[in-house]
Design a protein around this ligand. Structure first.
Ligand code: ADP
Length: 543
């Protein structure tokens, strides 16, 4: 027998309607590409999003069409989040930090006719234009006074908004309709398009606002460091509308000083970003005299995208900020596991709490996970055995946009993440590697992430990467690459001695090489493919 409750669709426009009606005055502060700081709120966002939806319709955008953006975290980009999806079209957020070839590939593969861009990317767009044959309409996300000359025929965003009256009712449609499209950052091959739905987005928002999720609420002022072009800024734009949280958008290329100043000025309580952001943040704090740390109101910081270094968790802990270590990927919207402490952790010492926080947290309701061996047999959650991590759930992808590769999930819905992990009996997940990065030494696996974390615990190590290098006897052995903290001069043996206290002897890297910097992807991940190429012919001592 079917139940008798209403089957109202979960739509992104519903989030905006709600925010306008119940949190209309909650602020949205935007550092703009024109160099100003604009103070708006959800009422203004809703009005301008409706006008933009009217303008897009007038430009010929229809339900299902992809609309591309190359833009920072600003109020205009937020407006597009709601205008495009609210209309039933698909917001295709392109990462401007990618290589030009990848940007051209992604925009073209997405099949977009309209591209909206920040003025900081005008030259990039002008250069790419000949390679974007499908794009017929270019819109500069700025006002009439700042229109870039380099993109000929581009329309002005603010003029489009001003020409409409905002009298627009959001259409109602199937909640399973596509809402946005993000391409994976391509650390493991060509970028692939993940196509979210209104339903997956709204369900994911509930998790962001959940007390055992990211705890977002109307009490928060969020410093949105994670870019709107990186997995929908981890779902925070939608979740903020759901709960009326204040949003602080740091605009073009925010550096640690900009972030710090905004956090203080706007009383930010909550922030999110990849580890490299926070490494830069603490470097700035250490190198800058006279900062008023007491003026910071942060109480939670979400770290994901790569393993949160212990050092960063500890530094935040000392300032009274709780690090929520989360794991996920473009394919999981991205939240899949969240590292909140449980009641039984309350009595732990600060160090013991960090021991829990360095793990990637536990699955949230809605995401099922398991680990399997090479034959697909399920492995125990005993905290010892590592296996390939698989997930399934209503905000996990069922396939890639326009992919030639066929099904990416098994018949029972499990999606193979490409990550290798252990699961502890209490459900905490510990990522040990990506399957392509794991070091296979004499038939056993060595976790590059564990070694990197152990190396980063050394006070002279700014950043560390571990890769496997070919070895005649062991097949592969670990090589540790280290960026030293400015003003320090550790010897390789000092670092190895510190590692020896934390990992098994046979895990110890065969060599430590100091480098000036490590290559990162556009989303801040270590580019191990590049490192492996660079050190392909490296001969380890004794090999
Ligand atoms: P891509 O898969 O193209 O690199 P994503 O941004 O979707 O792009 O990255 C997802 C991957 O990032 C995960 O599969 C995992 O390897 C890594 N990752 C995400 N969060 C964490 C974390 N907390 N700890 C370690 N690795 C993480």
């Amino acid at each position: 027998m079917m139940g008798l409750m209403q089957d109202r669709p979960l739509l992104i426009s519903g989030l905006l309607d709600y925010a306008e009606r119940y949190h209309g005055d909650a602020e949205i502060v935007s550092r703009t590409c024109e160099g100003t700081v604009l103070r708006g709120n959800y009422r203004m966002l809703a009005d301008r999003a409706r006008r933009m939806a009217q303008a897009l319709q007038r430009l010929g955008v229809k339900a299902g069409d992809r609309v591309a953006t190359l833009a920072w975290n600003t109020h205009r980009h937020m407006e597009l989040y709601f205008a495009v999806s609210g209309l039933g079209a698909v917001l295709h957020t392109v990462n401007p930090r990618l290589f030009q070839d990848q940007i051209a590939y992604i925009v073209d593969h997405g099949g977009c006719n309209v591209l909206l861009f920040d003025i900081s990317f005008a030259d990039l767009v002008a250069g790419l234009r000949p390679r974007l044959p499908q794009v017929t309409t270019f819109v500069a996300m700025t006002d009439a006074d700042h229109m870039p000359a380099s993109v000929e025929g581009a329309l002005c965003y603010d003029a489009l908004v001003a020409a409409e009256d905002g009298r627009f009712a959001w259409p109602q449609f199937d909640e399973r309709s596509a809402s946005s499209l993000c391409y994976t950052s391509g650390t493991t091959g060509n970028p692939k398009g993940v196509l979210y739905t209104h339903r997956s987005t709204v369900l994911h928002s509930f998790v962001v606002c959940q007390a055992d999720g990211l705890q977002l609420s109307s009490k928060d002022s969020t410093l949105l460091v994670v870019p709107l072009f990186h997995v929908n800024a981890w779902g925070v734009p939608y979740a903020s509308a759901m709960c009326g949280a204040k949003l602080v958008l740091p605009g073009p290329a925010p550096d640690p000083k900009t972030l710090f100043d905004l956090a203080v000025a706007e009383g930010c309580t909550f922030s999110l970003g990849v580890p490299t952001v926070w490494l830069g943040w603490f470097k700035y704090l250490d190198e800058t005299a006279g900062l008023d740390l007491a003026a910071l109101k942060l109480n939670r910081v979400v770290i994901g995208g790569s393993a949160a270094p212990r050092y960063v968790i500890e530094r935040f802990q000392k300032q009274g900020v709780f690090v929520i270590h989360a794991w996920g990927m473009s394919e999981t919207s991205p939240l899949a596991t969240v590292g909140n402490l449980l009641p039984r952790h309350a009595g732990l010492s600060p160090t013991e709490q960090v021991d829990v926080q360095v793990k990637q947290g536990r699955a949230i309701f809605g995401v099922e996970l398991r680990i399997v061996d090479d034959q697909g047999n399920e492995l125990p959650h005993d905290g010892t055995v590592a296996g390939d991590l698989q997930v399934r759930g209503p905000w996990v992808t069922a396939g890639y946009f326009r992919s030639e590769g066929g099904a990416v999930v098994g018949p029972d819905g499990w999606f193979s993440t490409g990550d290798v992990a252990k699961v502890f009996p209490d459900g905490f997940l510990q990522l040990t590697d990506r399957s392509k990065d794991v070091i296979k030494s004499g038939g056993e696996w060595i976790s590059s992430i564990d070694l990197e974390n152990a190396a980063m615990a050394h006070p002279a190590v700014q950043e560390a990467a571990v890769i496997g290098v070919a070895h005649p006897k062991w097949q592969e052995r670990p090589l540790l690459l280290v960026v030293r903290k400015p003003g320090t001069d550790p010897r390789p043996e000092d670092i190895l001695a510190a590692l020896a206290e934390r990992v098994a002897k046979w895990w110890l890297p065969d060599e430590v090489v100091f480098v000036e910097e490590l290559p990162h992807t556009a989303t801040g991940k270590l580019q191990k493919v590049k490192l492996r190429e660079q050190f392909r012919n490296h001969v380890l001592p004794g090999a």
